[in-house]
Design a protein around this ligand. Structure first.
Ligand code: DQA
Length: 145
């Protein structure tokens, strides 16, 4: 499968930001982990990150046509970006929302995702493996077709 991975604000600070919650590994480590998984499992994966809502939408709109599925960690935009929700609704790609941390067991505002209804699934609380589970959900969906 060709999988587009998009990461939102502050994920570039992995390893520096709240390591007790997000872990000690850097954003670079996350990208390498995903690309290595892709190579091993014969997926073509591209990974993007932006701290801006509009740029996240531009990345999705400009690239979705080259991919079979989207994995998105919208960071804090998860909890209030109807613009990203609309963007996901407007493309024909199955999308899985993913989070490193357990958003259901942190501050109450994190338990709510406005993105989730636009997605075929949501994976959280498994660190880097949240992304792998998200990819597997896309794969299962692809095999059902
Ligand atoms: C996050 C969870 C969000 O609530 C937070 O704003 C992030 C990261 C996660 O991966 O756990 O920036 O999406």
């Amino acid at each position: 499968m060709n999988i587009l991975v998009v990461n939102g604000p502050n994920l570039n600070f992995l390893g520096k930001r709240e390591p007790d919650i997000y872990g000690k590994h850097s954003y670079h480590d996350l990208v390498n982990f995903l690309l290595a998984y892709g190579e091993l499992n014969k997926h073509f994966i591209e990974v993007y990150q932006s701290n801006s809502e509009g740029e996240i939408i531009d990345i999705i709109q400009n690239n979705y046509h080259r991919f079979d599925g989207l994995v998105i960690n919208p960071g804090a935009y998860t909890h209030y970006s109807y613009a990203i929700y609309d963007c996901i609704k407007s493309i024909p790609l199955p999308t899985v929302e993913t989070h490193l941390s357990d958003i259901k067991n942190r501050e109450p505002f994190r338990a709510i995702s406005v993105i989730e209804p636009a997605c075929i699934g949501q994976v959280y609380g498994k660190g880097f493996n949240s992304y792998i589970e998200a990819i597997k959900l896309l794969q299962d969906k692809g095999e059902q077709k």
